[in-house]
Design a protein around this ligand. Structure first.
Ligand code: NAD
Length: 513
């Protein structure tokens, strides 16, 4: 707990230092780390240049050459210890996430829990990096697949999941035998420094226990776009895993491809839900409210478009208006708050522009959209989430505005609603609320949702680490986290072994010399 009279700045600095970050790193640089809660500056950090970023890649490349030789289950032991550090420091890191990203307390803690979960997943995975054995047409031969690590994995992350996204990538990349270089969002450098501090502790424990791990295994580069671009263009970086806006992905993807590197893109979403005639409206109301207003609309999976069947529209929408009117907005560190601040002024300006455009296109703001004054947080950007009834899904309804705006539209026919849902450039997450088996299965089928995530009777927002996470179309096509997403961090070799004394060629070819 902060001492009486201490500011957020004091509290955060002592938290960060307590997690192993040298206090000298927090001052003297030109980049202000701020809290969206109060707008205050928490630290002044130096940003890495392109040269410094290249040097970090060099260290990671050297580390990779050693780390790849460490057996995968031993690599898993390092990740297990990382998970242990995260468990022991969940409260502190969760608090930092809340302060730096503006998340309510349970969401700050939830983000750290997600890191713990992926560590556990990766530890199990470290004994399951298997390939296939495949029937071969040649006698006395064996054909199989072997999976090898890629090399250096660059992780470029967004502000809204300042640490979880790193762990989804790093936990898997490390057990797969890669070295990592992380460039977090310039809006959330302190949580990154703290996470790096916890990684260093895990590394020290691992070495104390006799584990072999090189320096440079997991580098952190606090930098802006220049540092990000240096990673993107560095030929020693085998995989660029980049999470952020579609604008960013449009720049990063082709640049990495131009040097034949690999990329894993996790970009913007424009997620929808369909509320069908048989939907349980109590459950729907809660599902929609969390998905649309939670995290102040700043999740890639936030619900942004709601298609409500005309038969239930007049029963559901007035209840939604009530929820929007009463939701608790305020300091996210205060108990009871459900909606914290937007990340910055620019986010509010984008929201405001979108609302103006919606009105110009015939939209009707049913609730919210206005600034909210929060005592003690005068320089934070607080806003009441907006619920906007649209006559048709035109113009900006097709875009992701990274703020809490939910566009509501009526539909009469399910095929039409599915077509409208899919008719956007993004393809991340989607859901249907229905108790009709045929509708639910249709939505999940090939003629249903075209998204990477499709749910029934839960909203589109949020995900468990056990499943593969990611989306189609302009969301970038990448998959992270669970299922077989690990394969993106490895390369596949097909091996054929001849254990006989003749040399039969494939496809019956003869070549006798
Ligand atoms: P952003 O695109 O502004 O920045 C993301 C990261 O990319 C930052 O670290 C930034 O420094 C870096 N970057 C920007 N331009 C770059 C370039 N040309 N080369 C290399 N690096 C560059 O995104 P943001 O505002 O931090 O985050 C919000 C966006 O992220 C939303 O669009 C949201 O949907 C998306 N997001 C997607 C996922 C997902 O998994 N699909 C998860 C979280 C956030």
């Amino acid at each position: 707990q902060p001492a009486a009279g201490s500011t957020l700045r004091d509290e955060v600095r002592s938290l960060v230092v307590g997690l192993g970050v040298p206090s000298g790193r927090l001052d003297g640089g030109g980049h202000a780390a701020r809290s969206p809660i109060t707008g205050e500056t928490l630290a002044e950090l130096a940003l890495a240049s392109a040269d410094e970023t290249n040097a970090a890649v060099g260290r990671a490349a050297a580390a990779f050459r050693e780390w790849r030789l460490v057996p995968a289950p031993q690599r898993g032991e390092l990740v297990r210890l990382l998970g242990q550090e995260l468990r022991e420091h969940k409260t502190q890191l969760g608090r930092l996430v809340s302060v730096e990203a503006g998340k309510i307390v349970s969401e700050g803690l939830g983000e750290v829990q997600e890191m713990i979960d992926i560590c556990d997943f990766a530890v199990g995975l470290s004994r399951q990096l298997y390939g296939l054995t495949i029937a071969t047409e040649r006698p006395e031969h064996r054909m199989m697949e072997t999976w090898h690590p890629l090399g250096v994995v660059a992780i470029v992350s967004a502000f809204n999941f300042p640490v979880a996204v790193w762990s989804w990538n790093a936990a898997l990349a490390l057990v797969c035998g890669n070295a990592c270089v992380w460039k977090p969002s310039e809006k959330t450098p302190l949580t990154a420094l703290a996470t790096q501090g916890l990684f260093e502790r895990a590394l020290a424990r691992y070495r104390e226990n006799g584990g072999r791990a090189p320096d440079g295994l997991s580098e952190l580069v606090i930098g802006g776009r220049e540092a990000g671009e240096a990673l993107v263009d560095d030929r020693r970086v085998a995989l660029v895993s980049a999470t952020g806006s579609t604008r960013m992905g449009r720049e990063v993807g082709p640049r990495v491809a131009a040097r034949f590197g690999r990329s894993l893109l996790e970009l913007g979403g424009n997620n929808a839900a369909i509320v069908a005639p048989t939907a349980d409206l109590d459950l729907t109301l809660r599902g929609v409210a969390f998905a649309a207003m939670g995290t102040a609309g700043q999740r890639c999976t936030t619900l942004r478009r709601l298609f409500v069947h005309e038969s239930v529209y007049d029963r559901l929408v007035p209840r939604l208006v009530g929820a929007y009117g009463s939701v608790a907005i305020g300091n996210p560190l205060t108990e009871g708050t459900l909606v914290g601040p937007l990340i910055d002024e620019a986010a509010f300006e984008a929201m405001d522009r979108a609302l103006e455009a919606a009105k110009a296109a015939g939209g009707r703001v049913l609730a919210g959209g206005e600034r909210v004054a929060v005592e003690g947080c005068e320089n934070g950007v607080y806003v009441r989430p907006a619920l906007v009834e649209m006559p048709e899904p035109s113009g900006l309804v097709r875009e992701e505005t990274f703020a809490p705006i939910l566009y509501v539209l009526r539909y009469s026919d399910l095929d039409e609603a599915i077509a409208l849902q899919n008719d956007v450039p993004q393809g991340l997450s989607s859901s249907i609320f229905t108790n009709d088996l045929r509708e639910a299965e249709t939505f999940l089928s090939v003629r249903g949702s075209d998204c990477g995530i499709a749910n029934v009777n839960i909203g589109p927002s949020g995900a468990e680490i056990g499943g593969a996470f990611g989306g189609e179309k302009e969301t970038g096509g990448g998959r992270e986290s669970g299922s077989d997403a690990w394969r993106a961090y490895m390369r596949r070799a097909t091996n054929t072994v001849n254990y006989g004394r003749t040399l039969p060629l494939a496809q019956g070819v003869t070549f006798d010399v």
